[in-house]
Ligand binder design. Sequence first.
Ligand SMILES: *Cc1c(COP(=O)(O)O)cnc(C)c1O
Length: 354
Amino acid sequence: MSRFLSPEALRLDPYTPGEQPRDQQYIKLNTNESPFPPSPRVLEALSRTEAEKLYLYSDPTCAALNAAIAKRYGLDPGNVISGNGSDEILAFAFRAFCGEGKLVAFADITYGFYEAQAALFGLEAKRVPLREDFSLNVEDYLDFPGAVVIANPNAPTGMAVPVSDIRRLLERDPDRVVIVDEAYVDFGAESCAPLVREYENLLVTQTMSKSRSLAGGRVGFALGSAELIAGLNRVKYSFNPYNVNRLSLLAGAAAVEDEDYFQSCCRTIQKTRAWTTAALEKQGFTVLPSSANFVFAKSDRIPGGELYRKLKENGVLVRWFSKDRIRDFCRITIGSREQMEALAEQIDRLLAGR
Ligand SMILES: *Cc1c(COP(=O)(O)O)cnc(C)c1O
């Protein structure tokens, strides 16, 4: 390791993003992007006139974007903070609410970025095993003396936790922050967003990367009590005050205002998910019950790593994690119907050739 690195940098555990190939034309089902373009309203908002204003800094308060988000979720702008993707918001939250004497817990199988951020901020994280069937047992967290982070639905399993479980966690200890990462909630899980008015210790993070087709725009946000949002702003203004760029502020607001387009994209993904699940099950796969825009599937006939590699050789990218408990599985993003038909065809061919 480089002699230039600080001890803190040496202790990092960087997240490995899914491949973003530039060379070859893949059917890309590996990073849970939307198969649909952004709303036409987003394209209208990104005019040449706006691009010409890039010589000026963006609004550090993200006022217009936060107002649009607040309106959509029936909250006040003081309940909203926007970020450069929700990964940034999660980082603000880990820094704001976890540290010396402030512990953090999350599941053993969940979004890998929590682990990376715990290392970045030198946090001692408790990893709580999911049940054998990958469901989350809220009882395991009730008496944990610190912040709890729950991805709902979870990644990479796609499985959702009932809101009643989150309520129990919030009520058990009002001094504990519960962070619910709802990156995939729009694809069929119940959101905790309305609970923000009831619980001062609830922070809900969401992203426009998946359900609003803006992965490349990098827009995420959190909903929470004014007190929690002030805590996040304290970190933001210590790190990057102009965290959302001018064009993304416009794109995010336009995306959140186009409710019809958003609903129609989410419905289409849900239908395609049902089709894909049925197709995989017909091919003998076990598919976990997904409330997200991906499925987590395994087959007794082909190991996860081999399926990933063979599909890649044939132009289809999915995600495989070489990790205990889940290395038999592949995570497959729900793309367009045509893309999923092509995937099913490739899998048929691979299995027939064995
Ligand atoms: C994709 C994802 C995010 C954040 O994505 P951004 O693009 O940074 O907004 C957060 N949590 C989970 C579980 C995700 O899968």
